[in-house]
Design a protein around this ligand. Structure first.
Ligand code: FAD
Length: 387
């Protein structure tokens, strides 16, 4: 399909595609097999501008916007979904919340190092009793003079052991569930910060996912984003953009699964016939490509809407819900087309099958997206057709 990309968008997409096909492809198989995080890849991504995609130039960013970020995550994800999730968290969550809620001093301190790739960002929201329900966050932040003292732990933090900048959500008011949260920037060398359990995941093995522990962790008051009580707003605002990033990750995985299915089906013969000539294979391919293009339309529309400064909550959730479900189905069909070899690590589809499963879980499960979409559409009806 022709998405009518501008010259700048086409160039950016081509740069991401070339980087993915050359530099990233050279290390992706091994780093996913060994479960190794490729620090060097992020340095290169920083040099190419992919870690400051939506940041203004005065902070070292390239300021290309959310649509270009979506195009680049899609290309990276075709080759390594682990790298794509780290880029998404870094740009859409960490850079975005600092740009939108940090003081001038905080922006000047942290954004240039994030944009250049000198350091990576992580977003620490989830806790053992606060997953979908972030209003249940228990990590506490108590003001003491010029510092806040944080106690508690965060789970499943992507890149949490590699990041130099971690956005941590904590409770400043135990009496006020949703309005009692605040967001802080924490550096790993702040006293009282440590890395806990490292998760052994089924996929996304080249992305690290860890527990972070805060034991009387000392965080300067200057590192509070916005003000106490704004944590929920900051967390949800970040996720509005983050979900476009995960939806873009789904596009890349889907494209890779489709490419692999067609390549394999043209080569493999059974009953004296290429399996691509069986109607059952062709129907699967028709379904796969239709789901992929429908996903692209939604994801690109959400990214462009965010670039126009519109409220994207419903559209973002629709894009994430649809594209991540579609990606799971497309990958499943591609593996089916591969037959037995698709179940072995000899073929890329085996990794895609493990990687894609997380997409319907993180940054809001599919069930949570449905809650958001239905809430937003009912609000619209209530406004237009009051009872
Ligand atoms: C690979 C990976 C990376 C991650 N990276 C990060 C990260 O960087 N930072 C971070 O903070 N977190 C991260 N997470 C955590 C992730 O965001 C959570 O796992 C997710 O939000 C779901 O929370 P939960 O696991 O506690 O599940 P729960 O919230 O316990 O949900 C369990 C099930 O119940 C359903 N459910 C819950 N509430 C409702 C409801 N009201 N109505 C209907 N169904 C409901 C859910 O949809 C789900 O199916 C990551 C997770 C994974 C797997």
């Amino acid at each position: 399909m022709n998405y009518q990309l501008s010259e700048e968008e086409r160039m950016l997409q081509k740069t991401a595609e070339d980087f993915a096909n050359k530099s990233l492809a050279a290390v992706a198989v091994e780093s996913n097999e060994r479960g190794e995080f490729q620090e060097d890849i992020y340095k290169q991504l920083g040099e190419l501008g992919f870690l400051g995609m939506t940041l203004p130039e005065k902070y070292g960013g390239v300021d290309f916007g959310n649509f270009c970020l979506a195009l680049s995550i899609e290309q990276i994800s075709r080759v390594c979904a682990s790298t794509a999730v780290a880029i998404s968290v870094h740009n859409s969550l960490v850079n975005w919340v600092i740009l939108n809620f940090g003081s001038d001093e905080i922006r000047e301190k942290y954004l240039p190092m994030l944009a250049s790739g000198e350091t990576l960002g992580a977003y620490a929201l989830t806790e053992s009793n606060a997953g979908s329900d972030i209003g249940s966050i228990q990590t506490s932040a108590v003001r003491k003079g010029d510092n806040y003292i944080l106690n508690g732990s965060k789970l499943f933090v992507s890149t949490g052991d590699k990041a130099g900048v971690v956005i941590v959500f904590a409770r400043t008011d135990p009496e006020n569930r949703n309005q009692g949260l605040a967001a802080f920037i924490v550096e790993p060398d702040f006293p009282g910060f440590s890395i806990g359990k490292v998760e052994k995941k089924m996929g996304l093995k080249a992305s690290s996912t860890v527990e972070l522990v805060f034991e009387d962790c000392v965080v300067p008051v200057a590192n509070l984003l916005a003000e106490e009580g704004k944590g929920m707003e900051i967390a949800l605002g970040g996720l509005d953009g983050g979900r476009i990033g995960i939806a873009s990750q789904a596009l890349g995985i889907s494209q890779a699964a489709l490419d692999e299915a067609i390549r394999f089906a043209r080569e493999r013969k059974q009953f004296g016939t290429r399996i691509i000539d069986f109607q059952s294979t062709r129907w699967k391919i028709a379904d796969m490509v239709t789901k992929l293009e429908a996903s692209r339309l939604l994801v690109y529309a959400a990214a462009k809407s965010r670039d126009r400064g519109e409220v994207t909550t419903k559209l973002t959730s629709m894009a994430k819900l649809f594209s991540t479900r579609a990606a799971n189905e497309i990958v499943n069909d591609s593996l089916q087309i591969h037959g037995g070899v698709g179940y072995t690590s000899e073929f890329l589809i085996e990794r895609l099958y493990r990687d894609v499963r997380a997409l319907e879980i993180y940054e809001g499960t599919s069930e949570i997206q449905k809650m958001v979409i239905s809430r937003e559409i009912i609000k619209e009806y209530d406004r237009i057709f009051p009872e």
